[in-house]
Design a protein. Structure first.
Ligand SMILES: [Zn+2]
Length: 264
């Protein structure tokens, strides 16, 4: 099971999970599962669950259990016992055709899905698929970047604390659409809360120059690239955005402060 983050905010985790206890394998499940869990297995009702419990101590002589073991390599639960939050980006009522397409389903966290988006719509027609995080045309990552802004002649070299700059978005394309998107999911406020992460990156960048990283690399005999991943976080170098919380935010800021180069 891979834990991924919300496709809208990239802050909270959105992992699917099965509502059952942990078992080594199917045989262990048959031997130990309480009735409540047995009932979640596909094809098992009240009568069969009781029968499994009655016969599990003598399972070699139980036809039912032997049948189940030979037909189940994994613990297949009824769908209703597997949980995953999915948002319908486009309202099903007004766009019945798009509502069926895959890009309309977006794994999203409780806050984005229920608290903030609710029934609000930000896609008005078929040509706006690029606003859906599960569309291959989704353009948020390229069209919008997190950026630090300074005043009073301050710049990156004079930042001492998080009040020395403001965090905002810079728009390269589709400004109106993404302003609305950011507004709906309250991405500004939710990321301003994490301004400490910016200071964290800036501090580390000052502490570890490339030559120092190279020196450490020589001493411990681990590649410079690996040392950088260990110090600054591997999500800056190798992760899909949706795999790790706040990857886009950290990557955009790391580029903005020239900790990593634009093509990373
Ligand atoms: Zn979210």
């Amino acid at each position: 099971m891979t834990i991924k983050t919300c496709y809208f905010c990239n802050i909270d985790f959105v992992n699917s999970f099965n509502d059952r206890d942990d078992y080594h394998d199917f045989l262990d499940f048959i031997k130990r599962a309480k009735k409540e869990d047995l009932l979640k297995l596909k094809g098992i009702g009240d009568v069969k669950a009781d029968k499994i419990i009655a016969e599990r101590n003598n399972l070699n002589n139980s036809q039912l259990i032997q049948f189940l073991i030979s037909n189940n390599s994994s613990i297949n639960l009824e769908d209703k016992y597997s949980h995953f939050t999915l948002d319908h980006v486009i309202d099903k009522g007004s766009h019945p055709l798009i509502a069926l397409s895959l890009y309309n389903f977006v794994p999203s966290c409780y806050s984005c899905n229920s608290k903030f988006k609710g029934s609000k719509q930000f896609i008005d027609n078929d040509l706006m698929g690029y606003l859906s995080p599960t569309s291959e045309n989704f353009s948020f990552n390229n069209d919008v970047k997190f950026k630090l802004y300074f005043h009073n002649k301050k710049d990156i070299s004079t930042i001492k604390n998080k009040d020395d700059y403001i965090l905002d978005f810079h728009y390269f394309k589709n400004k109106n659409e993404y302003e609305k998107y950011i507004d709906i999911f309250k991405l500004k406020g939710r990321y301003i809360f994490h301004k400490d992460e910016v200071m964290n990156l800036i501090d580390k960048k000052e502490r570890y120059s490339q030559s120092q990283v190279d020196e450490i690399s020589n001493i411990v005999n681990i590649s410079s690239q690996q040392i950088k991943k260990d110090i600054f976080g591997k999500e800056l170098f190798e992760c899909n955005i949706e795999d790790v919380s706040m990857t886009k935010f950290k990557k955009d800021i790391a580029k903005d402060i020239k900790l990593i180069n634009e093509s990373s």
